[in-house]
Design a protein around this ligand. Structure first.
Ligand SMILES: Nc1ncnc2c1ncn2[C@@H]1O[C@H](COP(=O)(O)OP(=O)(O)OP(=O)(O)O)[C@@H](O)[C@H]1O
Ligand SMILES: [Mg+2]
Length: 259
């Protein structure tokens, strides 16, 4: 099967399999360890949260899942593909068709307006312009940005830029959505609207969502929570039925006992 095709769903297989992953950043003559042996499986479908203090390695892990960087050691499988060893070309195609990525810094293109930023995956994939435009406008409306479609990023608020980045990540209704603090700049109404859109995508495609968050309210929507500390998984638990304050206490307990 060519790597550009969507793999068929296999509900028995984890959507994400992370085995023995280490990652350090070189800085001057030294190196900064960011991940120090992470093992994690994420079930397909639904939302999984990665929590943990600032600097614990959450964004690093998401970058590795997206294949934007490679681990020093270990393997990462996403939706049946070993992203830690795919060629750059295959990775680019796999990412575009199967993954949606919402970065912590939105990574919008400053010269493009909101519609064109959202439509970028479709343009790169050779979709006809009219279809790209229609899909982009549909997403912008869904996220409450219908009246901002002609704005460039510098003429959008932080929360609006974040929603444009979210719309772009949802362009192809990805099988795997990776989101780094996607509601960090959003008011509660915009945040709720984002989750409604994401939950519709999950219902339609059985998509798997991995969200990095500091917010217990966001994590309370998730099935599983994994807590990172100093580059390792300090603990994991099921979030079903826990409210935001129970969840915050549980995560804090894990972090305390890992000290
Ligand atoms: N490019 C880099 N060069 C050197 N060190 C880095 C680099 N990127 C991250 N680090 C370090 O790696 C560690 C993990 O960083 P990471 O960005 O993954 O943390 P995080 O959990 O996402 O934090 P935050 O909640 O603040 O976003 C930190 O100690 C950070 O300083
Ligand atoms: Mg981060």
């Amino acid at each position: 099967m060519p790597d550009t095709e969507r793999p068929t769903a296999d509900s028995a297989r984890p959507a994400v399999r992370i085995s023995g992953v280490h990652k350090s950043y070189r800085l001057g003559t030294g190196s900064v360890p960011a991940l120090r042996g992470v093992d994690l499986n994420i079930d397909p479908g639904g939302i999984t949260a990665i929590m943990g203090p600032s600097g614990s390695g959450k964004s690093t892990l998401l970058h590795l899942l997206a294949g934007l960087d490679r681990p020093d050691e270990g393997t990462i499988e996403v939706d049946g593909r070993c992203v830690s060893s795919l060629s750059e070309r295959d990775l680019t195609l796999f990412r575009r068709r199967n993954m949606g990525i919402i970065f912590q810094q939105f990574n919008l293109l400053p010269a493009l307006d909101a519609t064109d930023n959202v439509g970028l995956p479709g343009m790169l994939d050779g979709m006809p312009e009219a279809r790209v435009r229609a899909r982009s406008l549909e997403l912008l409306h869904e996220l409450g940005l219908g009246s901002r479609s002609h704005h460039r990023p510098d003429a959008l608020s932080g929360g609006e830029q974040q929603r444009v980045a979210i719309a772009r990540a949802l362009f192809f209704e990805p099988r795997v959505l990776l989101a780094d603090e996607p509601t960090g700049n959003l008011d509660s109404e915009s945040g709720a609207r984002l989750w409604e859109v994401v939950e519709r995508v999950i219902a339609r495609h059985g998509s798997t969502v991995v969200v990095v968050t500091h917010e217990p309210l966001v994590a309370a929507r998730c099935r599983h929570i994994h807590v990172l500390r100093d580059g390792i998984v300090a603990g994991s638990f099921e979030a079903n039925g826990l409210d935001a304050s129970d969840l915050a206490l549980r995560a804090a307990g894990i972090l305390r006992s890992a000290q």
